[in-house]
Write a protein that binds this ligand. Structure first.
Ligand code: F1P
Length: 337
């Protein structure tokens, strides 16, 4: 039940995250590149946050799993360049993130920022700066509100860095909009509870590609379904061969990519696939099911509105299949090597 509750009350927590970040000041000193890093959900968050950050600030940003950063640091760090490494971890104790930070600590070209839901950890102690969302104390094994809140905090961080009032205004509206969406949680049940559908594919582009990957992980963790995700238009380049009547494609649509999104939906439908589109679609957009999100918020800032829908979908399917989402198979809250 705590997994459900933690999805359900994330808007309240987003309010608290906004209040916290609004007050904070950060070191925005010169950097050449920013590397976002984490493991599992926190890595997918890193993938989205890197795209958001670069778009907001104009500073080159990339995402890398924390394990890659300590196993293969030289493939990421170029001597002579200045880096900011943003380390993401709900627990702040995952082995790989600690090892990555430890590996970088002697390096003077690198400064670090940790974002975590536990400010009292080795990770927080090792970093030069910390964003501690201590109001999030998630009990669920799978990450839900910790994901949305850490992403939202990193969006606010980027926007403060860029000094963009317009983005800050849009982001300030997000918690109330998420709250309204959560009230209609049943929208995803149509597909979550349809057991004739066996195969799930998530598609998203830009910062939404990381979210498509995270949605895939949520479904996999809670239901052990073999599912996949791709950058939207990559899907035609091979993976589309698996589409049949048992396939559901969940497309994270954006205003700026609408024409490409629509033609992709039609191609998938022609092959028998069922397509659920989540996004700010126009009246004339066609799909098997549409969950419309407001276009009053730009593609750049709409991210948090997709998140609870994708989390509910995985949760609802788990319940329909008879799994207990609070006890996902083979998983623990923290991975220690
Ligand atoms: C990240 C993580 C989760 C995953 C699992 C183990 O932890 O990999 O994404 O669902 O429960 O931990 P963290 O470093 O963010 O605490």
């Amino acid at each position: 039940m705590h997994t459900y509750n933690e999805i359900k009350n994330q808007a309240e927590q987003l309010h608290k995250t906004y209040e916290l970040l609004e007050k904070e000041t950060f070191n925005t000193g010169e950097v050449d590149q920013v590397i976002f890093t984490g493991c599992g959900t926190s890595f997918y968050l890193a993938s989205s946050a890197a795209r958001y950050y670069q778009n907001a600030t104009g500073v080159f940003a990339a995402a890398v799993p924390a394990s890659e950063l300590f196993l293969h640091a030289s493939t990421w760090i170029i001597p002579g360049k200045k880096y900011l490494v943003v380390a993401i971890s709900r627990s702040g104790t995952t082995s790989e993130i600690i090892m990555a930070l430890d590996n970088l600590k002697e390096n003077e070209q690198i400064r670090t920022l940790a974002i975590t839901c536990n400010g009292d950890t080795a990770m927080a102690e090792m970093a030069d700066e910390v964003i501690a969302l201590d109001h999030i104390s998630e009990q669920s094994v799978v990450m839900t509100q910790s994901f949305s809140n850490m992403m939202y905090a990193l969006q606010l961080y980027a926007v403060k860095w860029a000094e963009s009032e317009q983005d800050l205004n849009e982001l300030s509206r997000i918690p109330d909009l998420v709250n309204a969406l959560i009230a209609s949680e049943d929208q995803t049940k149509v597909i979550a509870e349809n057991l004739t559908k066996k195969r799930f594919i998530y598609l998203g582009s830009g910062q939404y590609n990381g979210l498509a990957k995270e949605a895939t992980l949520k479904l996999k963790e809670m239901t052990q379904t073999e599912c996949e995700s791709y950058s939207s238009l990559e899907f035609r380049h091979g993976p589309i061969s698996i589409v049949d009547e048992s396939t559901v494609v969940i497309l994270l649509a954006q205003k700026e990519t609408a024409a490409f999104d629509q033609s992709l939906v039609k191609d998938i439908q022609r092959l028998g696939g069922y397509v659920l589109v989540i996004g700010p679609t126009n009246e004339d957009f066609e799909a098997d099911q549409l969950i419309r999100l407001t276009d009053e918020i730009t593609d750049h800032n709409r991210y948090s509105l997709y998140v609870p829908l994708l989390q509910f979908l995985a949760y609802q399917r788990a319940v329909r299949l008879g799994f207990n989402p609070d006890q996902p198979r083979n998983l623990t809250q923290v991975v220690k090597l």
